[in-house]
Design a binder for this molecule. Structure first.
Ligand code: SAM
Length: 318
């Protein structure tokens, strides 16, 4: 079994999420090929993990890789927000730690066969969970031009979003765009020459924006964070690794809101919300990889780790 993804910020993750007592349970909410889980299970022999992933294909890889740990690792196939919403299974203790390593894995670009990469000519799908929902081809076949432009701009800050959306709608009049090759070629054709020959492939942001939309990566993130925090044991820790500024902003703002003692409007004469902060923030600034890690794994460059500790359970559990 070949592993292609290199886990990021591993030592930093261990520093914050290492067990602080015996018999701890961790939820790896984005298991991927199991890189982080492998490290934690190897280092902490008393730790158990539940590994969650929306993509059943990549989970097969993780199952093989983590076999040696026997029943110290259990698997859940599905979205982590669904896992948290269904929690707890009967008799299950709350997790002491939760790790969320957002986005997709190198596995998806290299072996996904689902159109994540513009460097390969594949069907334009991009769904992590192929059992439901709309593919990228469905999205670009159906969205009105303005919505398409907004999607490209809002999800990836694509500066030529309007031009690209207009070109997609023009091409649509003759037929459908169903392959990565056709979409990449269209983007290359309509963007200005300096952008075409710039530091990144001109279709990078278009592909990123579509992938984010298809998998609801930004829209579902608050639900994922809320769900994780709800099931986390009091005093437990949740670490979130994000890979672009839009994602990181959602995480940062979510943690800041949960760190407030009172959420009454500023004009309220007295506090009526009886607010007590739900979390302490353990990383004031997001933790970035060091130069050595970036050199070894350039894909880690944009990773940011933010960690909180739960101090108060909103459902009354302490
Ligand atoms: C960056 S990779 C994780 C890599 C992993 N930490 C490792 O070391 O191999 C993210 C993984 O999470 C999955 N994923 C992303 N968002 C998810 C979500 N909301 N629920 C469940 N799985 C998700 C993706 O399918 C992908 O396999």
């Amino acid at each position: 079994m070949e592993i292609v993804h290199t886990p990021v910020l591993t030592e930093e993750t261990v520093q914050f999420l290492a067990p602080r007592g015996g018999g701890e349970l961790m939820v790896d909410a984005t298991l991927g090929e199991g890189g982080h889980s492998y490290l934690f299970l190897s280092r902490f022999p008393d730790l158990r993990i539940i590994g969650v992933d929306a993509d059943s294909e990549i989970q097969k890889v993780a199952r093989g890789r983590l076999k040696e740990f026997g029943d110290r690792i259990q698997f859940y196939s599905g979205w982590s927000q669904t896992f948290f919403a269904e929690f707890p299974p009967v008799g299950q203790k709350r997790p002491d730690t939760i790790l969320v390593d957002l986005g997709i894995s190198l596995f998806h670009y290299e072996k996904g066969n689902r159109g994540f990469s513009f460097r390969k000519d594949e069907a334009l799908d991009m769904r992590l969970d192929t059992s439901a929902g709309e593919s990228a081809a469905d999205l670009i076949a159906a969205l009105p031009e303005k919505d398409l432009a907004d999607l490209l701009y809002q999800n990836a800050e694509e500066r030529y979003s309007r031009r690209i959306a207009r070109a997609i709608v023009e091409v649509r009049k003759q037929g459908t765009i169903t392959t990565t090759g056709a979409l990449a070629e269209l983007v290359e054709r309509v963007v200005p020459a300096p952008y075409r020959h710039g530091p990144i492939h001109p279709a990078t942001r278009t592909f990123q924006a579509l992938r984010i939309a298809v998998n609801g990566e930004l829209s579902r993130l608050p639900e994922l964070l809320e769900g994780g925090l709800r099931v986390l044991e009091s005093g437990g820790r949740m670490g979130v690794i994000s890979f672009h500024s839009l994602e990181d902003r959602i995480v940062k703002n979510f943690f800041r809101e949960k760190n407030k003692d009172c959420t009454c409007p500023p004009e309220a004469p007295i506090c009526r919300c009886e607010g007590r902060r739900a979390v302490n923030i353990l990383t004031r600034k997001g933790i970035a990889p060091g130069e050595a890690e970036i050199q070894k794994n350039p894909a880690s460059r944009s990773a940011r780790l933010r960690v909180i500790e739960k101090v108060f359970a909103e459902d009354g559990q302490r």
